[in-house]
Design a protein around this ligand. Structure first.
Ligand code: FMN
Length: 212
C-alpha cells in the first residue's frame, strides 16, 4: 500500500483577460483562445484528467494600484495581507492550478493593470504553469517577452518558453480592435482571421498541460 498522497486528477485553469479598457478587443480574443483550447480538449480521448476553465477579467477585479505595505514574496498566509481586495485576489489565484494569459501589448510592454494584478501576489503564482498569448500590430512579441521574464523570473512560474503572438493583419483590423468592434473571431471557422494560429495555440497549451 502506498502512503503517498493520491495523484491529482482535476485541474482548474485560470484564463486571464489582460486588457481592462472600454472598449477593447481582449475579451473576444480571450474567447477565441479559450474556445480553441476547449475544442482541442474535447477532441482528445477522454483521459483521467479533468480540466475546467475560469475566465478572470482584470477589469472586474477593481484592484487599486498596488497598496500593500508588505512584500508579497514574504507573505505565506493571506491573513498577512492588509487589504480585503488582496485577500480576495489571493483566494482566486490560490484556487487555480495554471494560467493562460491573453494580453495586448501596450507601448512595447505589459498593460499596467495586468502587471499590477501580478505584483499583488507571489506565493499564489509560484511554481504554477503558465502560457502567454499576446496580440498587437506585430503580434505583441515585446509584451510576450516581458511576460516571460516577469512570470518565469520574477514570480517563479513554470512558463512555456514558446508564446503565441497574434498579429492584426492590417491597420484596418487594428483600428477595429481598438474600437472594440467585432473581429469575427470564430474558433470553429477555417475562414476566421487567425484560423492558422489555432495550431500554435494548441501546441503551446499542450506544453503547459504536460507540466501540470
Ligand atoms: C496604451 C496603448 C498602447 C498600445 N501600444 C501598442 C504597441 O506597442 N504595439 C501594438 O501593436 N499595438 C499597440 N496598441 C494598439 C493595440 O494593439 C490595440 O489598441 C488593441 O485593441 C489593444 O487591445 P485591447 O483592445 O484588448 O486593449 C496600443 C494600444 C493602447 C491602448
Amino acid at each position: 500500500m502506498s502512503l503517498s498522497a493520491p495523484k491529482k486528477t482535476s485541474f482548474r485553469i485560470g484564463v486571464i483577460i489582460g486588457s481592462q479598457r472600454k472598449p477593447r478587443c481582449g475579451d473576444q480574443i480571450t474567447d477565441f483562445v479559450l474556445n480553441t483550447i476547449k475544442s482541442h480538449q474535447d477532441s482528445k480521448q477522454p483521459g483521467q484528467r479533468q480540466i475546467t476553465f475560469q475566465v478572470i477579467d482584470i477589469a472586474g477585479l477593481d484592484l487599486p494600484l498596488f497598496d500593500e505595505p508588505g512584500v508579497p514574496s514574504q507573505i505565506k498566509d493571506p491573513s498577512g495581507y492588509a487589504h480585503e481586495h488582496t485577500r480576495a485576489w489571493s483566494r482566486t489565484v490560490a484556487a487555480l492550478d495554471a494560467f493562460v494569459f491573453v494580453t495586448p501589448q501596450y507601448n512595447w510592454g505589459i498593460p499596467a493593470g495586468l502587471k499590477n494584478a501580478l505584483d499583488y501576489l507571489f506565493n499564489e503564482w509560484k511554481g504554477k504553469p503558465a502560457m502567454v498569448v499576446a496580440y498587437g500590430g506585430h503580434g505583441g512579441d515585446k509584451c510576450a517577452a516581458a511576460m516571460k521574464v516577469v512570470l518565469g523570473g520574477g514570480l517563479d512560474m513554470k512558463v512555456v518558453d514558446e508564446t503565441v503572438n497574434l498579429s492584426f493583419p492590417s491597420r484596418g483590423v487594428l483600428y477595429k480592435a481598438a474600437g472594440g468592434e467585432d473581429l469575427g473571431l470564430d474558433a470553429g471557422s477555417e475562414r476566421s482571421m487567425w484560423a492558422g494560429e489555432r495550431s500554435k495555440i494548441v501546441e503551446v497549451w499542450e506544453k503547459m498541460e504536460q507540466s501540470l
